[in-house]
Design a protein around this ligand. Structure first.
Ligand SMILES: [Zn+2]
Ligand SMILES: [Zn+2]
Length: 144
């Protein structure tokens, strides 16, 4: 991760890089996947002993608003966070929780079509779609 780049993004918006913000950015760039706030908190306490869950939640929200993190709903009210470094979406299997990442370009085509149809300019850049993965389709009672 490029700490200086993050620092200047924050500075451009009149915000400072704090040890809490830095720790969370570091955790999520090293994880290279989605983490729940609880998981982030566990890692953060290893780096900054005494950091509270409330601070972690607040920092995750702040960094998402700054565009440095992406948040996603993965069902059951659960939120996950990851570093915002590429535009993508997720497919999640309802049965086995297998996740599959799809590049944004595949949805951009659909977004363009919807814009022509409705005039909406869609900016949802981290969408989660639920379904059944190929192996779970075979075990589904609805399989044909
Ligand atoms: Zn994602
Ligand atoms: Zn599955």
């Amino acid at each position: 991760m490029n700490i200086e780049a993050y620092r200047s993004i924050l500075q451009a918006r009149g915000c400072r890089m704090t040890p809490q913000r830095l720790a969370i950015l570091r955790i999520l760039s090293e994880a290279d996947c989605h983490l729940t706030p609880i998981e982030v908190c566990q890692h953060a306490q290893g780096i900054l002993p005494g950091i509270t869950e409330a601070t972690v939640y607040r920092t995750l929200t702040f960094l998402s608003e700054m565009g440095l993190l992406m948040a996603a709903h993965i069902g059951s009210g659960q939120m996950v966070y990851e570093i915002a470094n590429h535009n993508h979406h997720h497919l999640i299997c309802r049965k086995c929780s297998l996740t599959c990442e799809i590049g944004h370009e595949r949805l951009q085509i659909l977004y363009d079509q919807l814009k022509n149809l409705t005039g909406f300019q869609i900016d949802s850049m981290h969408v989660t779609l639920f379904g059944l993965c190929p192996s779970c389709q075979g075990t589904s009672s609805q399989s044909s």
